[in-house]
Design a protein around this ligand. Sequence first.
Ligand SMILES: O=C(O)CCC(=O)C(=O)O
Ligand SMILES: [Fe+2]
Length: 227
Amino acid sequence: MSFGLPTGQLFKSNNLHSWWDLHRLTEIEAFKAQCNDLTFKVLSCFAWHMGLPKDFFTTSHQDGLPRNTLKFIKYPKLAIKPDDAVPRLTEHTDWGSITLLFTDSPGLEVLDPQDQWHEVPQLPGGIVINIGDALSLWTGQQLKSTMHRISWEKVPVDQDRYSMPYFVHPNFSKCRATPLGQRLILSCVLLCEKCFMLTAGTGSHQPQISQGAREYGGKGDHIQRLL
Ligand SMILES: O=C(O)CCC(=O)C(=O)O
Ligand SMILES: [Fe+2]
């Protein structure tokens, strides 16, 4: 179930029964506004630490943040555990600027530069912030997008798992010149939107950039090519 913009617009998935009402939608909009405030603080911190003007990234995230999406995810329990080689959510990077991840379920793992997976510790009330491909490309990979996955280890197969990511994307029309050039980030984000449309259309819960792009005219290596 995803809550995108414009405010109040709802994209329903079949995985969860309908439970929302107007009261909840109001709460959700207020929560999204808090997510946007936090996003601006985080992006300002990144810019400041990189010696850039504090508004370097945030000015490209205004205009009502048209592509940010709050998503509620249910990983349903299964009768039989799949092969160990198949994680609950396959490894991927998110393709926006950052993702704020809210969950009280364990199971998230991140890959380090030595190709070792690490469990992300659960902090009560904590928010995991993943860097996405857009910010990585934008900063010439000074900020690296986080390769992550969900394992089966921590939430047994006979239990549902829930999480709530808030995906943040830059405005297409307002990206400022970057170390790698403005056109680069725009073409990446536009391509990724095509991936999203394609994979969303097939009912896939999480579009995989490389997979989605492969479906998009066989150009599966666009991220690698851009790097
Ligand atoms: O469910 C989670 O904890 C992570 C979800 C995620 O990585 C995604 O939807 O991109
Ligand atoms: Fe993700």
